[in-house]
Design a protein around this ligand. Sequence first.
Ligand code: GTP
Length: 662
Amino acid sequence: MPYLRRASKAINVANRIHRLHSDHYYRLGLPYSGSNEHGFCSNSRNSNRKDDNNAIDLSQYPTDKIRNFSIIAHVDHGKSTLADRLLELTGTIKRGHGVPQYLDKLQVERERGITVKAQTATMFYNYNLKENNTNYLLNLIDTPGHVDFSYEVSRSLAACQGALLVVDAAQGVQAQTVANFYLAFESNLTIIPVVNKIDQPTADPERVKTQLKSMFDLDPSDVLLTSAKTGLGLEHVLPAVIERIPPPPGKSDSNLRMFLLDSYYDEYKGVICHVAIVDGSLRKGDKISSVATGQSYEVLDVGIMHPELRSTGYLLTGQVGYVVSGMRSTKEARVGDTLFHTRTTVEPLPGFKPAKHMVFSGLYPADGSDFEALSHAIERLTCNDASVSVARESSTALGLGFRCGFLGLLHMDVFHQRLEQEHGTHIISTVPTVPYIFEYSDGSKVEVQNPGAFTSDPKIRVVASWEPTVLATIIIPSEYVGVVINLCSERRGEQLEYSFIDSQRVFMKYRLPLREIVVDFYNELKSITSGYASFDYEDSEYVASDVVKLDILLNGQPVDAMATIVHKLKAQRVGRELVDKLKKYIDRQMFEITIQAAIGSKVIARETISAMRKNVLAKCYGGDVTRKKKLLEKQKEGKKRMKRVGSVDIPQEAFHAILKVS
Ligand SMILES: Nc1nc2c(ncn2[C@@H]2O[C@H](COP(=O)(O)OP(=O)(O)OP(=O)(O)O)[C@@H](O)[C@H]2O)c(=O)[nH]1
């Protein structure tokens, strides 16, 4: 039984939920006074909605009046839309504020329609519990759905006692639903299942309830049915949060222990840290120290995200908010760190598992002279995305740059986009690679994150090599089983599990080499299943593998930034593809150019580009000097973006084009 292990875990979680809440759940009537035109209830007694001019009095929220919860789900199942509705329902943002997915603040999130950063918002909510009108402080954390950002999810969960597990009523349980359920479950959170998008014509909430029961043993009667779009069923969400999720467990009379959840850089305030007060309390002017760095700071500002920064002057046990303390760089704001009052002694909090970097790639300034600007931009951006690893490196083709480790290809793409959009830098990135382990004939064993670092000493041979693998979860409609099995075996996958979730959907578990999934696997999976497949993975062990370094040579000279490491069986095909792509992107120059792919001294693919002079003025008849000048200027600008290897100019696009060769 493939789900046996999961099911027994799930039974425990269900029992825990039941034990905690059986005495409360559904005993209460609806606390709302009526429905608005959108169909969801407005709470006229929500009197604690804060007027912008009023100071917020956090002292009326001891821990039993606080609930910290996350919204987790598969991509696009409606987390951010649900978060919007809850912010509106509590008066935290205005209804019809005109900014859908309010908490997706980054330009890259808005353009791609995905969440990449977890965002916290504090809401105030008046609830009639046991005939008792009580004000509650609720901290909501909206999390990303894509597998590359599950590190964000696990960090967010550290500040929560519960999670809304949102599932699309038509699509049902998907791969990241499974992954996120286990993240929440392993963090001992109370899970509230929410079947969302019930307004869709193809919605089948009963089928989804059955899936939740069979996969996670979540009781169908615990499932909330909502439409974040129309507002249907939303009136049950916050009451369930209050009733079922326990308050934060911290001690208000203990020394301050504060968890550093996240940070970002603000031009005016410096580093802003998002924190959870685990024990004790924090006030403006307090002196605090970091367990990780030993450095001390004075608290210059402290407050909540409501949903924008709102200074309160203090934070109390169980509350989540922000702190400005004069930290200047990422090196000081270490995510997962414990902060405490200087001159007190505390037991450090357990911290986070370090992020596991799956993909490495070199980042170089498109114009070599911009190295300092790129260095500055990376430093600022890693302050907001601590999961990227950065080390200096240099390339003969590209000059000085950085080798960066990412959690996946989308993460890498998003990082590039943010560097350009938020910091105005233009970059060239090298072919992404995964970390291999090589044993050489001189007895040394090294992890190679950069094909350029592969030994070039002809006296030293590789005697063994290992590559990283992942355990992949794939959920698909049963009619696509054949094509997906073909794809996985073509990608050197090994099937570990195969079972039916219900009569129409199949769950498969594969061990796949990481190299095979980082480049374009997900796109191909989506395309062969007409978009119906969902996919998630977790890192697994290294396995012995016959891999080789594939060099690209231009006029006989290796381009270190284009080298890659591939499985021997695939070397021929990858070599051919790289050579063909480069031929397309490298312009003819005044001499012939040979492009070769080679393993050691053996050339496995070759193309030539014949000589030609490119005359940008060719079509410029007549004597319009300004137009000629403009064209020549443009050509000069284009040349800046070129990289020269030996005598060959390589346009930036050529580097981009070969990123996606698998
Ligand atoms: N019909 C319908 N559409 C919905 C509902 N909730 C959300 N959507 C739509 O579904 C799409 C995805 O919604 P998001 O809220 O961005 O989903 P998400 O889970 O936050 O997505 P990621 O952050 O990328 O993981 C958007 O086009 C929403 O308008 C709903 O209840 N009904």
